[in-house]
Design a protein around this ligand. Sequence first.
Ligand code: HEM
Length: 386
Amino acid sequence: MDIQLIPFNFITFLLFISFVSLLAKGWRRPKHQRLPPSPWKLPLIGHLHHLVGALPHHTLRNLAKKYGPIMHLKLGEVSTIVMSSRQIAKSVLTTHDLACADRQESIGMKTLWYDYTDIAFSPYNDYWRQMRKHKDKHATAKRGNGELGGEDIVDVLLRLQQSEKLDVPITNDNIKAIIFDMFTGGTETSSTLMDWTMAELMRNPHVMAKAQAEIRQAFKGKTTIEESDVDKLKYLKLVIKESMRMHPVIPLLPRACREEFEVGGYIIPMKAKVTVNIWALGRDPEYWDEPESFKPERFENSSVDFLGNNFEYIPFGSGRRICPGMNFAMANTEYPLAQLLYHFNWKLPKGMNPNNMDMIELMGISGMRKNNLYLTATPYHPLVDG
Ligand code: HEM
């Protein structure tokens, strides 16, 4: 008798356990149901089919018009949360900045960037905090020309490596990863921005004329321009600002969630990819007058800047992981542009006019122009032509 009771009790026990776990799942469900709204999805691939064939930031803007400023997309197994309004972007990048301070993972990036021991792709941890602190210190010193200002970032890192005050030791691979950051972060971003700016200047000849007049007035008679002269060029700065509004080099902010949080009444699950559609914010008619027109004057007498406080305009991101190369990027773009506009007059190739220039972006997640920009340059001689 006793022997028969044992299996019976065991089965009852198993049933009881499954009942309790079902109940627990049931209790959790309401929270789960508070995931942000989603479009229709397919088994296995989830929402991937929505992103096929068009540029992701364009598709995501169109979906957001339908599903709202916080959306949940399942791209394969991974949850991606897309934020598309100023209010939500502000809340996510201020109140919840720490919760979404991780970067999105990919095997390619992990290999290229020495197991994420750079700054840009590192998860948010003690190593990132230490390296970022030194990078910011170096950037500030360079600006102010203070201690470290004359030093190369490589010298700084090598010296830091020998220091005994380090919280996390630095290896040679870490240094290589950070140098790689500087190369990748510092070259293609600035050249993409220059490319878009020149294209917009060609499409808007009155803006080109105004920018060239400012430069040629400021440097009247000079045969070369020094880097420090560029600060005078107020209109050129507005032109570059406007170019970054319409063509952010990183259209989708790449963050990931390191702890579950709630925003706009929805749950953002741990490990989800979190992205802010920077491109869509910059062209939202709710925040911008004639958003599809290139008008640098809109930034004149406006307090909107790219320092990460105006959430309709965050080409460099915001919060803890805001771009540390911001000033370098601006200098890297202003100076060569000033030289191109000072020393040359520019024309479109024969048969092309400003109204039929294409402004198509490269397929994928980069913010680059798809087609090469071909222009004819005629030298301008300040002493003769000016
Ligand atoms: C037009 C030029 C550039 C643009 C539009 C740009 C934009 C951005 C954006 C949107 C982020 C992500 C910020 C966030 O998550 O909140 C970022 C991060 C970063 N950028 Fe830039 N960037 C530019 C140039 C540069 C340059 C010149 C450098 C270095 C010399 C650089 C180095 C970095 C690094 C290291 C990070 C990662 C910061 C971190 O994760 O803590 N960037 N950049």
